[in-house]
Design a protein around this ligand. Structure first.
Ligand SMILES: CC(C)(COP(=O)(O)OP(=O)(O)OC[C@H]1O[C@@H](n2cnc3c(N)ncnc32)[C@H](O)[C@@H]1OP(=O)(O)O)[C@@H](O)C(=O)NCCC(=O)NCCS
Length: 215
């Protein structure tokens, strides 16, 4: 059964590579951050929402132009609205032409650089699990908060698994707490649980799960 058939009528999954979708992807990503104890502390979503969205849009457009990642989204076919999206990086020929980070705009005012550095160094320590030339990697999966729990995340993950099968044997993921259970259900296995201590930023701890699935 094709992935699209698992969605209710009136919805479709489309692969997208046009930078014109950058603003919509940024808006969708932004809409989930208030519910996330890490990202709500990292991005100035309350003090500078417009600056944050604008920075995120530029970032998304930059990444979409690089074409190292496949993006798919679920659209409402009546309104054209994007309801969920996923980003899948398939095995890449190294060296890459330059990293997206080199071309990114300056962070918005109020961006929590120390927290982001902490987050990045933790993720870097996970590089040992992920072979960029052989594995696929799910770099983002977001569903609009008002549309979660309806199977959209699962449908996009099925799409990603089908794509990954063509080029790789394993699909690596660094899962947030809200995605962890879903990945377990769909066959991913835990490799390691990491935690970010948010106490200096007024929070508690935030878990991240290194996970892998045979494609
Ligand atoms: C993780 C995320 C993308 C999941 O998206 P989603 O569209 O809600 O995913 P699904 O609807 O397929 O699955 C969510 C839950 O609903 C259940 N579900 C799926 N289809 C369902 C249906 N038709 N009716 C009722 N429940 C359903 C799933 O089994 C799953 O249950 P679980 O939470 O116990 O695992 C979403 O929570 C999100 O955007 N989170 C914030 C961003 C984030 O952290 N992303 C993960 C990055 S690693």
């Amino acid at each position: 059964m094709s992935v699209a058939n698992t969605l209710p009528e009136g919805l479709e999954i489309r692969e997208i590579d046009d930078p014109k979708y950058g603003a919509e992807i940024a808006e969708l990503r932004f809409s989930t951050y208030q519910y996330d104890t890490l990202f709500s502390r990292m991005y100035p979503i309350y003090t500078d929402p417009a600056g944050t969205k604008s920075w995120m849009t530029t970032r998304e457009i930059t990444i979409m132009k690089m074409k190292t990642t496949k993006t798919a989204a679920i659209f409402d076919t009546t309104t054209g609205m994007m309801l969920a999206f996923i980003k899948l990086t398939v095995p890449v020929e190294l060296p890459l032409e330059g990293s997206a980070a080199e071309n990114l705009p300056a962070y918005p005012e109020g961006f929590n650089v120390p927290l982001q550095n902490k987050f990045r160094s933790l993720l870097k320590a996970s590089d040992k699990y992920y072979n960029k030339q052989a594995d696929s990697y799910i770099g983002a999966l977001y569903t609009l908060p008002s549309h979660q729990g309806r199977g959209y995340g699962s449908a996009l993950l099925s799409w990603a698994i089908e794509q990954a099968r063509a080029t790789s044997s394993r699909i690596f993921i660094q899962a947030s707490p809200s995605g962890h259970n879903l990945y377990l259900k769909l066959g991913w296995k835990d490799l390691e649980k990491l935690t970010i201590d948010l106490s200096e930023f007024g929070g508690e701890t935030y878990p991240i799960y290194n996970m892998v699935k045979e494609a």
